[in-house]
Design a protein around this ligand. Structure first.
Ligand code: ADP
Ligand code: GLC
Length: 488
């Protein structure tokens, strides 16, 4: 089973969020399950510098202005996965964030940049593909950046007709990011005018990359079962709900996994002390380390809540801002690591100034610090308004930091609320709240404090959380099943 896994991010080469973690962990898990997966990545400087044994395998000629010629290179990731890099310096030779320029705004040519990525992926299906010995059975794209892959295969048989058509899958990691551009770009994107209609790439008067993928891909997946239902509703579907509901038979939700080689307090090199479910002692040292890193009072008995997140509206962190003073009033502490909306960043900075002994805030992106926070906190907060899967709450489970989450998407699927029945039967792993209000968040924080004050119960819950297996083996099997269904 040969699978080309096309993605715009892959940890540790380039990461803005969970997509990078998934792209790093799922391909090796699929290979372990018997597949032959190769990555396709844009040739950002970090990718060209980070892959080993990089060598040229082919030339790419496109109809896309600005990318008439590019090279396809093949190398290996640190995990040993073969990875193609699309070396098109005019499009990708830009350091830093893969989508944003130095002014913090989208690069104006993002449509061309990711159309080229899709074009390169579709090229693997063509008669004159780069490597006649490695022709993928499945092209698996991720998010809007790869949405045009199945569109090119369908709409441009002149370019991408081949001995057999590979199956196509699009995984939606977040429906809120869509890649929409004006209809005047059709020609520039190498798309025929005839596809600009509702049964095609048209999305509310624009060309929609994600819409195109949702329309033309053979199968659609998203990253949790609950989100797969949610995106078929007006509340979460962002206008694509009708199309997705119509394709419900082709749409499935597969919960992401956790890479325990990276996220495991028993062997995490970034944390102050190692610990396991059977010996939680090291977690106290991690808490003390975290309190001193953020200049908080060294109070072992203060419930310490934490956030590691992009600061965007859908993450719901305004609720934490609104609830924080009450939490501090109850003796709680709070640590926040994140970056994003300037107003949210300013709000958290101000909160830390108001409560220097109890609230610590770091604005920025810091991978090692995110591990120290996972290990050092008691409660991990993910109050998202919507969350396709969410990985941090699953990392928190492994670190015995009980997640407190809003009941949506993958948060609903991965955390079992500590209601009386779940406490009694020992299945609880965290706390959920439903309405996206500070009031409800506070109510669940109160429940968490009450349990925290009963150390036996709290520790039993920690141990249960830490021993849940949310690794990639199960999800990889589910993807394999889908792939098999696509190959005649
Ligand atoms: P999303 O992809 O929507 O941002 P996820 O929970 O799936 O949400 O993944 C977020 C990933 O990014 C996790 O690996 C998390 O630890 C990491 N992350 C988010 N913000 C930061 C930050 N400021 N510093 C370090 N890591 C961060
Ligand atoms: C997206 C989603 C997040 C998910 C991640 C990986 O960034 O926002 O919920 O965990 O993709 O699938």
């Amino acid at each position: 089973m040969r699978v080309l896994y096309a993605t715009s991010e892959c940890y540790p080469l380039v990461k803005t969020g969970g997509l990078a973690d998934v792209s790093a962990a799922l391909p090796p898990a699929l290979n372990a399950a018997g597949a032959d997966v190769r990555l396709l990545l844009p040739g950002y400087p970090a990718v060209l510098n980070g892959l080993s044994n990089l060598h040229e395998v082919g030339d790419l000629i496109t109809d896309l202005p600005g990318c008439d010629r590019a090279r396809l290179l093949l190398g290996r990731t640190a995990d040993g996965v073969l990875a193609y890099a699309l070396d098109a310096p005019s499009l990708y030779n830009r350091p830093g964030n893969p989508y944003l320029g130095p002014d913090g705004r989208d690069w104006p040519d993002n449509a061309q940049r990711f159309a080229a990525l899709a074009w390169a992926a579709a090229g693997f299906a063509a008669h004159t593909s780069y490597d006649p010995w490695w022709r993928p059975d499945v092209l698996h794209g991720h998010d809007w950046q790869t949405g045009l892959i199945p569109a090119y295969l369908t709409l441009r048989p002149d370019r991408f007709g081949g001995p057999s058509r590979p199956g196509t899958i699009l995984t939606i990691h977040n429906i809120a990011y869509q890649g929409n551009v004006g209809p005047w770009m059709l020609g520039e994107l190498g798309l025929p005018a005839s596809c600009f209609r509702m049964d095609g790439v048209e999305y509310y008067g624009n060309i929609g990359f994600l819409k195109a993928g949702c329309y033309y891909a053979d199968r659609l997946t998203t990253v949790s079962p609950t989100y797969a239902h949610e995106i078929q509703t007006p509340e979460h579907g962002t206008g694509l709900q009708g199309l997705l509901a119509g394709r419900a038979a082709d749409l499935s939700g597969i919960l992401n996994g956790v890479d325990y080689d990276i996220w495991d307090p028993a062997r995490d090199p970034h944390i102050a002390a190692r610990y396991t479910p059977d010996d939680l002692g090291g977690k106290d040292a991690c808490k003390a380390d975290l309190q001193s890193a953020f200049g908080l009072d060294r109070r072992p008995d203060a419930p310490l809540a934490a956030v590691v997140s992009r600061l965007t509206w859908h993450k719901g962190l305004d609720l934490v801002l609104d609830a924080a003073s009450h939490w501090v009033g109850w003796g709680g502490q709070l640590v926040v690591l994140g970056s994003g909306d300037p107003a949210s960043e300013a709000g958290f900075r101000q909160l830390a100034q108001q409560h220097p002994q109890s609230v610590g805030v770091r604005i920025g992106y810091d991978e090692p610090l995110s591990h120290r926070i996972q290990a050092g906190c008691d409660l991990f907060l993910v109050p998202s308004r919507s969350e396709p899967c969410g990985l941090t709450q699953m990392y928190a489970l492994k670190y015995g930091s009980l997640p407190l989450v809003r009941r949506t998407g993958g948060l609903a699927d991965s955390i079992i609320d500590a209601n009386p029945a779940a406490i009694a039967d020992g299945s609880a792993t965290g706390f959920q709240f439903v309405a996206p209000t500070a009031q409800e968040l506070l109510w669940s924080l109160r429940r968490a404090i009450a349990l925290y004050r009963k150390p036996d119960r709290w520790q039993a819950m920690q141990r249960h959380a830490m021993t849940r297996d949310l690794g990639w083996r199960g999800p990889a099997e589910e993807y394999m099943e889908l792939y098999r269904g696509l190959v005649p």
